[in-house]
Design a protein around this ligand. Structure first.
Ligand code: SAM
Length: 279
């Protein structure tokens, strides 16, 4: 009884470990996010293990079935469509349920697009924050980006080719000239890294015509102390309301988070500044 989390290639089928191949051959069952992608990989390495599908929409219903298989003494390997299971992919629910049931969970590490992109991006790698996919609605996306303005760690996002230009525009508006890297089609024939401020990276991308492929977007963290000079809490609240279209209470919460101060303090500061001078 063992649940293996097996990382698989993110493009180049050679990016698989000897151990991953052995485990995939030896387990009783492979639970795959995409059975067709899994089949290609399994055929290439002559792996004959039975495969069942395990993707987002069936995660809830399939988890007890897989736990039952494990409890019956069988071993299961979870693979996602690409990269490391559980990283912006199904896996968390099954791992949590397995841990709860006392089933040993064994990682079989390998590729993950976020780490491959970060390592080769040229941005600081000592501290980073993985943010997964940004929200798809423009307002929620802007709000999310805004809330990350003071983050000092390198930021990593997964992004779609359809949205990358819109996101880069917002990154430019919110983060100014901060260094950005776009890692596209990692480990594949058209692998490329574009670097520079958001506006420049956007220009380079647009030059190529239709943007295709898979993308990791990286953004340098804030360097130096936060620059609050000339920006009072009240100014910041008004800006947040105007630029993000959020309510006053939401803006107060956001500004409190950015400044690392209690909400009540920001609320009071906002009131005092907006009060007309006495007399
Ligand atoms: N579990 C995967 C991992 O460990 O990297 C990530 C799965 S997530 C659903 C898919 C996203 O990862 C893509 O939309 C893209 O942002 C990023 N990605 C996956 N493969 C990539 C590649 N070869 N090059 C660039 N980005 C990639």
């Amino acid at each position: 009884m063992m649940l293996y989390l097996v990382a698989t290639p993110i493009g180049n089928l050679e990016d698989i470990t000897f151990r991953a191949v052995r485990v995939l051959k030896e387990v009783d069952l492979i639970a795959a996010e995409d059975t067709r992608t899994a089949r290609k990989l399994l055929d290439r390495y002559e792996i004959k293990t039975p495969v069942v599908s395990y993707y987002d929409a069936v995660e809830k219903s399939k988890t007890p079935e897989l736990i039952a298989e494990l409890a019956a003494g069988r071993s299961v390997a979870l693979v996602s469509e690409a990269g490391t299971p559980g990283i912006s992919d199904p896996g968390y629910r099954l791992v949590a349920a397995a841990r709860e049931a006392g089933v040993p969970v064994v990682p079989v590490p390998g590729p993950s697009a976020a780490i491959a992109a970060l390592a080769a991006s040229g941005l600081p790698t000592d501290r980073f924050a993985f943010e997964g996919f940004l929200p798809s609605s423009p307002a929620a996306r802007r709000k999310k980006l805004y809330s990350l303005r003071e983050e000092e760690r390198t930021l990593i996002f997964y992004e779609s080719p359809r949205r990358i230009l819109a996101t880069l525009k917002e990154v430019g508006q919110i983060f100014g000239d901060r260094p950005v890297a776009v890692a596209r089609e990692l480990t594949k024939i058209h692998e490329e890294f574009l670097r520079g401020p958001a506006a420049e990276v956007s220009r380079q991308l647009r030059k190529k015509g239709k943007i295709r492929g898979e993308i990791v977007l990286l953004l340098a963290g804030r360097s130096g102390p936060p620059d609050w000079s000339g920006i009072t809490p009240a100014d910041q609240i008004e800006r947040a309301i105007r630029e993000l279209g959020i309510s006053r209470m939401e803006a107060i919460k956001l500004v409190a988070g950015l400044r690392g101060r209690p909400k009540s303090e920001i609320y009071r500061a906002g009131l005092e500044e907006s009060r007309p001078p006495a007399g």
